[in-house]
Design a protein. Structure first.
Length: 326
């Protein structure tokens, strides 16, 4: 989990890597091919899941390379706790190096990833897929916290041409009853997609040009970008233009976020100094010359013990974070 150069997210997090779509312009496959080939497989505890063309693997223990099986779909179990370790709220792009909702991905993998998101509800989570059909079945794997207003999940679909955009809009509209916050990423922009973008379904539009090999041949027309801008303005839909459009657009880029993704700079409250925090002595360690303390939150009618690692930074259920019942 790390900061990213993707300009519409603060961080990327890849508990799952690898994809079977085989898109010609895929940057992720090139990265995995470059850095995965140096892996020593015998250093990794790998469990095979599935069979045939849908073979996937689970990696139990952390090791040096992030792509132990190149671009074979892989669940990195050791990464599931990473969002909870980041205490400052962030917009996190989940699985930038995979399609978490590809038809080959086991339901259990999706459930484990979403449950890990639910364990750190102070972040916003953004997902992208080229298989939006899978969104229809999300309610079967979403953690219980979803729908309570405590989780900010944004479900996205990637589209590059008019036919695919039209189909994706229909699928996402059908899935909308269970998946509220939806957005579309038109990158690379390979056609005039504005007529097919359903802004009643998509509450945010991201647009970008192809980068890397083939970018010159697949350069979008300025009028295509203008049509998207005009439609978003008419429907009051936030639009985020990626830096790859700067040369074509020439004017200042429009880089808008939905209100829910406009992060405040508030730091998660600390127990230290909170009026609900109470500390009591547990025992004195003469070797280290320190007194071990018990920490309690008294915000409700009953005390709840605060784990030692939250002696300063408050736990996820802290009422001041908007946490639930203790």
């Amino acid at each position: 989990m790390q900061k990213t150069k993707i300009d519409w997210a603060d961080m990327t997090w890849n508990p799952v890597t690898g994809c079977l779509h085989k898109c010609e312009y895929c940057y992720a496959r090139k990265i995995a091919s470059r850095f995965g080939k140096f892996c020593k497989i015998d250093q990794v505890n790998i469990k095979t899941v599935g069979s045939g063309q849908h073979t996937c693997v689970e990696v139990e223990y952390k090791q040096d390379t992030p792509y132990p099986e190149m671009f074979t779909p892989t669940l990195h179990k050791y990464r599931l706790g990473e969002p909870a370790q980041k205490k400052k709220p962030a917009n996190i792009f989940v699985c930038s190096m995979a399609d978490l909702f590809g038809k080959w991905v086991p339901d259990e993998w999706i459930k484990e990833v979403l449950t890990a998101c639910a364990a750190a509800p102070w972040h916003n989570y953004l997902f992208l897929t080229k298989n939006p059909e899978r969104y229809k079945h999300l309610m079967d794997v979403l953690p219980e916290e979803y729908g309570t207003g405590k989780l900010e999940f944004w479900w996205g679909v990637s589209a590059t041409d008019r036919g695919w955009m039209n189909m994706a809009s229909e699928i996402m509209e059908e899935a909308g009853s269970g998946v509220a916050k939806m957005f579309v990423s038109v990158e690379p922009l390979l056609d005039d997609l504005a007529p097919e973008i359903n802004t009643d379904v998509f509450k945010w539009v991201i647009a970008g040009a192809q980068t890397g090999p083939g970018a010159r041949q697949n350069k979008p027309k300025r009028e295509w970008i203008q049509n998207i801008v005009d439609k978003c303005r008419r429907t009051n839909t936030p639009l985020f233009m990626k830096d790859s459009l700067l040369e074509i657009w020439e004017d200042p880029l429009i880089q808008q976020f939905p209100k829910a993704l406009q992060l405040k700079n508030d730091i998660i409250p600390h127990c230290d100094g909170c009026e609900h925090h109470k500390a009591t002595e547990r025992h004195y360690n003469s070797v280290k010359d320190v007194t071990t303390m018990n920490h309690f939150c008294t915000a409700r009618t009953t005390h709840k013990r605060v784990p030692g690692r939250y002696a300063r930074t408050s736990p996820p259920w802290c009422p001041k974070r908007g946490g639930g019942d203790q």
